[in-house]
Design a protein around this ligand. Structure first.
Ligand code: IMP
Ligand code: MG
Length: 178
């Protein structure tokens, strides 16, 4: 199989991810009195969103945003909205759904935008967290797994748009970066 030569190591199996998503869903269900609007960031969060929503026992809705960092502005934290929400957030509790929080820039900027647009609260659920890479003071409220500073793919996460559809999270072989 092509994956066998591209993936060095499997960090989390499909079963482990599903089990963790169920735990997070139960926690989220217990924490909210009022059902939140889930805002998923395209495209990486889609497989995680699909699993998570099965386990949230509330009358939730979800919508999508697609944002990108401005090239060459490493430190400014500026992002460009490629696709905005269709759902108004004013007066609503929002739960942002991410695949991975790395420097924290994306999630922090989106949080501020949503609060600026009148969201009643904004919390973050992320499948993965890479705390060692954080440059912005932001932390997710719900974390699937914390990992070391490794570049991972699968379960929505890509390298040049590849590997998103793998059902597990793995580490790419080093020679594929070069
Ligand atoms: P941040 O703004 O630096 O936190 O970047 C978060 C985004 O970078 C994630 O939503 C991913 O799209 C991407 N990203 C960060 N680390 C990885 C990784 O290890 N594999 C794949 N994508 C990653
Ligand atoms: Mg992303």
């Amino acid at each position: 199989m092509w994956e066998k030569t591209d993936i060095k190591e499997i960090l989390f199996s499909e079963g482990q991810i599903k089990e963790r998503a169920a735990e997070l869903g139960a926690q989220i269900s217990a924490d909210y009195d009022e059902a939140p609007l889930l805002v998923a960031l395209l495209r990486g969060s889609v497989p995680f969103l699909s699993e998570l929503i099965k386990h949230i026992d509330l009358d939730i809705q979800y919508d999508f945003m697609d944002v990108t960092s401005y090239a060459g502005t490493e430190s400014t934290g500026q992002i460009k909205i490629l696709k905005d929400l269709d759902t108004p957030v004013r007066g609503r509790h929002v739960l942002l759904v991410e695949d991975i929080v790395d420097t924290g820039r994306t999630i922090k900027t989106v949080c501020e935008m949503l609060l600026h647009n009148g969201a009643k609260s904004v919390k973050i659920v992320t499948l993965l967290d890479k705390p060692a890479r954080r440059t912005i003071g932001v932390n997710a409220d719900y974390i699937g797994f914390s990992i070391d500073d490794l570049f991972v793919v699968g379960y929505g996460m890509d390298f040049n748009q590849r590997y998103r559809c793998l059902p597990y999270i793995g580490v790419l072989n080093d020679e594929l970066y070069k």
